[in-house]
Design a protein around this ligand. Structure first.
Ligand code: ATP
Ligand code: MG
Length: 232
C-alpha cells in the first residue's frame, strides 16, 4: 500500500519486518532515524538514534532482522516492500567472499574476484556496486571501485572514467569523492561518441588498476568491482 506522508514535517513511524525494505522518494528535506533493531541503506548500516537528512533522493532502507524507523518531513512516496533483491545480493557477496578468501589462502600471486556489473538503464547497477563494496569493506577487504559510466561518473566528474580504492566504510551520506581516485578525462557522456578513445582510456585504467593490484596484496585479494553505463 502506498502511503504518502503529505503533511509537512509530520513524523511517521514505521515498523519493518525482517528482510523487508522501506522505499522512499522525497523532493524536499526529510529526516530519518532508526529507533530500534538494525537496518542499512545500500549496504551501509544506520546508527541507532542518529538523524540522517535526505533531499531529492530515491532510496530504500533494508533490514535483515526487523527495525523501527521514524521519518520526518514530506515524502513523495514511502512504502514498505518484501520484494527486494537483497538476498540475491548477499549470496553474490558470499560467493565473492569465498573467492577473496581462496585468493588470500593461495598466497601472493592469486587475484580476488573482478566483477563487472552490466544491465539496462536504471536497473540498479550503481546501487549493486555500492552494496557489494560496502559488504566487502564491512568484512575488512579493500576492494577497488572502477566506474566506467562517463555520463554520471560517481567517483569523479562526468565525462571521465575512474578508479579508486575503497579502504574505509562508505557511510550513508558520504560520496566517493576525495578517496584518491585515478581518473581519465574522456570528454563525452556515452562510449558511442568516440569508441576508439573510450576503449583506450578503459585500457589505460585497467593497466593502472592491475599495477596497483600487483603491488598491493590486500588490494589484489580483495578484487575489483566495475560499474558500467546502461545498455539499451
Ligand atoms: N531497492 C530499491 N528501492 C528503491 N529505490 C532503489 C532501489 N535500488 C535502487 N534504487 C534507486 O533506483 C535508482 C536507479 O538505481 P541505480 O542508479 O543503481 O541504477 P543504474 O542501473 O546504475 O542506473 P544508470 O543506468 O542510470 O546508471 C536510484 O535512484 C536508486 O537510488
Ligand atoms: Mg549507474
Amino acid at each position: 500500500a502506498r502511503m504518502p506522508a503529505d503533511v509537512k514535517n509530520e513524523t511517521k513511524k514505521w515498523t519493518l519486518e525482517k528482510e523487508n525494505e522501506l522505499r522512499i522518494e522525497c523532493k524536499g528535506k526529510i529526516t530519518l532515524q532508526m529507533r530500534s533493531g538494525a537496518c542499512e541503506i545500500f549496504g551501509s548500516e544506520l546508527v541507532l538514534g542518529k538523524k540522517y537528512t535526505f533531499e531529492n533522493s530515491k532510496f530504500a532502507i533494508f533490514t535483515w532482522i526487523g527495525c523501527e524507523l521514524s521519518v520526518t518531513g514530506k515524502c513523495e512516496s514511502a512504502y514498505p516492500s518484501d520484494d527486494t533483491p537483497m538476498v540475491t545480493y548477499i549470496n553474490t557477496h558470499a560467493a565473492l567472499q569465498k573467492m577473496r578468501q581462496d585468493a588470500k589462502a593461495k598466497g601472493n600471486k592469486a587475484t580476488g574476484p573482478v566483477v563487472m556489473i552490466a544491465g539496462p538503464k536504471d536497473s540498479g547497477k550503481s546501487t549493486l556496486a555500492r552494496i557489494l563494496l560496502s559488504y566487502a569493506v564491512r568484512c575488512s577487504w579493500k576492494p577497488t571501485y572502477v566506474d566506467l559510466d562517463a555520463g554520471q561518473n560517481e567517483i569523479t566528474i562526468p565525462g571521465c572514467v575512474a578508479a579508486c580504492p575503497i579502504d574505509q566504510p562508505i557511510g550513508i551520506d558520504s560520496t566517493w569523492k576525495n578517496r584518491g581516485p585515478l581518473a581519465y578525462f574522456y570528454g563525452h557522456t556515452s562510449p558511442s561518441q568516440n569508441q576508439e578513445i573510450y576503449k583506450r582510456l578503459c585500457q589505460k585504467l585497467a593497466e593502472s588498476v592491475e599495477k596497483r593490484c600487483h603491488r598491493n596484496a590486500s588490494a589484489r585479494h580483495s578484487g575489483v568491482i566495475i560499474n558500467t553505463c546502461g545498455w539499451i
